[in-house]
Design a protein around this ligand. Structure first.
Ligand code: PSV
Ligand code: MN
Length: 414
């Protein structure tokens, strides 16, 4: 059977369940996933970075790669940047934005880096030294300025701050320093933009992390105001944490700003999203889709403004193909979430039909959406099988011959 024939069978059975198949297709065509510039270079692990032939050496090469991922998938039209890693060679951010647009993509979230310099040994905004706090603040404000130049509306904040030993610093003093610093950045956010606060309960600090959990990020985003929201990185939770419940809570409070998609088995593993726990990914999308299709405010409008970003740096599996696969896994999870019979689910939940409700959800999860996605892609003018199309495109061979093998710092080795 062709994809089209299989799709028709699926469409008939979905229509019988009252699911609007053309609405599902439209939703899939408007999905957007942002890829990270840092995933295209030789970067991404605190152990050995294995140099990958053809990995991007410059910011423009990262843009080229992100544009190729978009060309293959049709749903990755923007790239997140990390400053100073992505500082343009000539320092011209306007020309950099223009270059990205010429390649068919936009610059997305701006990620400041207040963790790699020696000055940040004891932290950035949480540092006991006022001078180093000012240094961090200067960089954060510089990133606000860069946002204007690259026309980004998201400042994506992650801090490595914390302490390694009990008593090393005052936990409350660090909290105050952070609150002061974040408020000063908030004041300088470009018009119409927002600040997303990412949390992580461990690493690189081992005793305390200054923004350890969604509760801290949520409390601060509330204090800061409507333009501050929480960013959920899937790799930043303890094992077993119910991430979809966090998503539901933040949506309902209007405070879910975005995601960093990746997957983990043990820690912050940077694995292809959906590779370890595709069911969890589906359940996360199920919350988002449920909110988007509901009349509940602010959950509905918040769900429509979520920034979907991938945060992965692949180390042993190549760069572009795993990124494409990550985008596709998000697409697949989203497609399944669109096939949940929402009315039937609500009825089963209200009547206390525990297994019935669970069954409705798992039935949607079990549907093979690949023929649906192949048809959607064809209608979008995208290859039905993006990974196969990427392999056949010759792009990998081209970048290997043009770029050679960059060293793990992104420098060039012949
Ligand atoms: C930290 O682990 C993190 O998730 C933050 O988002 C950083 O910006 C990114 O990874 C890259 O280091
Ligand atoms: Mn992240």
């Amino acid at each position: 059977m062709t994809d089209q024939e299989q799709f028709q069978l699926l469409a008939d059975s979905l229509s019988q369940q009252g699911i609007d198949v053309s609405g599902v297709k439209e939703a899939l065509k408007s999905q957007k996933i942002e890829t990270p510039s840092w995933g295209y270079a030789n970067s991404g692990t605190r152990f050995k970075n294995f140099a990958w032939p053809g990995a991007a050496r410059t910011t423009r090469e990262k843009i080229d790669d992100a544009a190729m991922v978009h060309e293959m998938t049709g749903i990755a039209p923007s790239v997140a940047v990390h400053i100073p890693w992505d500082k343009p060679e000539d320092g011209d951010y306007v020309a950099f934005r223009q270059y990205a647009e010429d390649q068919g993509i936009r610059v997305g979230a701006v990620n400041p880096n207040v963790f790699q310099d020696d000055e940040y040994r004891l932290g950035s905004l949480g540092n006991p030294s006022p001078g180093y706090r000012e240094l961090a603040l200067d960089h954060l404000l510089e990133c606000c300025d860069i946002m204007t130049k690259v026309e980004s509306d998201i400042l994506s904040l992650w801090f490595a701050d914390g302490t390694n030993y009990a008593g090393q610093d005052s936990l409350r003093a660090r909290k105050h320093r952070f609150e002061d610093g974040l408020a000063r950045v908030y004041e300088q956010l470009p018009e119409g933009s927002r600040m997303l606060i990412e949390y992580k309960f461990f690493e690189p600090a081992f005793y305390s992390t200054d923004i350890p959990d969604w509760g801290t990020a949520y409390a601060w985003s509330l204090k800061l105001g409507a333009h501050a929201q929480v960013l959920v990185d899937l790799g930043h939770h303890a094992s077993g944490v119910n991430i979809e419940q966090i998503v539901a809570f933040l949506l309902d409070e209007g405070k879910l700003g975005g995601f960093h998609f990746n997957n983990r088995k043990y820690a912050d593993d940077d694995l292809i999203v959906g590779s370890v726990n595709p069911y969890e990914l589906f359940l996360i999308f199920n919350e988002l889709t449920g909110a988007a299709l509901s009349d509940d405010e602010p959950a509905r409008s918040t769900s429509l403004n979520v920034a979907y970003m991938i945060d992965q740096s692949h180390n042993i599996e190549g760069k572009l193909a795993p990124m494409i696969l990550s985008v596709l896994n998000c697409q697949e999870a989203y497609a399944k979430s669109l096939l949940v019979s929402r009315d039937e689910l609500a009825d089963a939940q209200l009547s206390g039909d525990v297994l019935g409700a669970h069954h409705i959800l798992t039935e949607a999860y079990r549907i093979d959406v690949r023929p649906l996605l192949a048809v959607v892609r064809e209608e979008m003018g995208i290859p039905a099988d993006p990974i196969a199309a990427y392999r056949a495109s010759g792009y990998e061979q081209k970048i290997v011959s043009e770029r050679g093998t960059a060293d793990s710092d992104g420098g060039y080795q012949s």
